[in-house]
Design a protein around this ligand. Sequence first.
Ligand code: GLN
Length: 454
Amino acid sequence: ITVSDLVDESYKRIAAVDGKVKAFLTLDEENARAKAKELDAKAGGNDPRGLLFGLPIGIKDNMVTEGVTTTCASQFLRNYNPIYDGTAVRKIKEADAVSIGKLNMDEFAMGGSNENSSFHPTHNPWNLEYVPGGSSGGSAAAVAAGEVYFSLGSDTGGSIRQPAAYCGIVGLKPTYGLVSRFGLVAFASSLDQIGPLTKNVEDSAYLLQAIAGHDPLDSTSLNTEIPDYVSALTGDVQGLRIAVPKEYLGEGIDPKVKDAVLTALKVLEGQGAIVEEVSLPHTEYAVATYYLLASSEASSNLARFDGVRYGVRADNPKNLLDMYVQSRSQGFGDEVKRRIMLGTYALSSGYYDAYYLKAQKVRTLIKRDFEQVFEKYDVVIGPTAPTPAFKIGAQSDDPLTMYLNDILTIPVSLAGIPAINVPCGFADGLPIGLQIIGKALDESTILRVAHAYE
Ligand code: GLN
């Protein structure tokens, strides 16, 4: 089989199913086919092959791609054509993967259902009436529907893990700082991380291997030795100490999700792991803390969209201020505006101590909860989301209910630690996801446990 064949299969599958799934915003077919020919020529020669040689990949549309429209699913950027590749994109290209196109998402990664895309919602491939999750919903749906081999997503408060759970695939949020954010359009800079969405754990290890590593272009990038993630997949969990937080299986968790997680824990116990209940007492404050901090950072990050530097400018403004106001009023959708207003309020003078500073302190307490548990345990396990996917439209006019869906993914984001979603069953034909959480920079262990379980 040639790379051209693989790429051809990918576009055929997209032609067959994407009219229904709607995972893609932009296809990059001409470049992909040219790259495939180049790789086929290389395959005949003696040059070494990259780690991801010839594999069709999809990219969430908040990662800048040279010469390929990058919209963040926002009307504001509908015509934005970057002049460079972000670091993670450059790395997958250097590893010889073939970029097939750009994937749908909630606008500026704000949301958990893909309904906040300003273009169209993406549909869950398991049942088209249901959401695929978000914000990396396009990235998850494209993999689940077999349109690409794997994809890149980004996770600020759950946006890789939750759509992976809803779509029945593997999604990994790395330790904050492991993967460069250079060229990732910023939502909340202290939380954003790029990571892999794949069909299985081995692929996740390969894709992480390709994108992890220090980058001088990202000031928060960690300068640390990158282990061999693939060789960590030994299948051995004998003696592994698993902590199960009681807050993760309590109130608000769908009983079918709870059952599936308890069954998964039994499987790991059967393989020799030791399972014990623990408490992460500050869990109940995580959602409020996150929405305050993430919105504050977003209000600052999104100030750059002013109608001058990027994207669309409003027609016929009366003066400069009116040009800013009109461009932002027309360019941003409702959820983005809601967060900018919330964040601006929280950061305004006189309120900083009461809200932002307080939230930073609670963030530290949440981080300490995990640190204490990790003194005695190797991993923390619970569900990824309280319920399986919900119907399109079911929660779209209720932002607070939507925010509460993130209760199990947000603590990990605030603590900056890694976590992986691995499928652990179904309820009424929709996938359920198991979340395996690790110590900072211990991706090898969560990959090993996920691999032993799957
Ligand atoms: N659902 C969360 C939010 O709306 C998480 C989003 C994300 O991780 N990008 O902010």
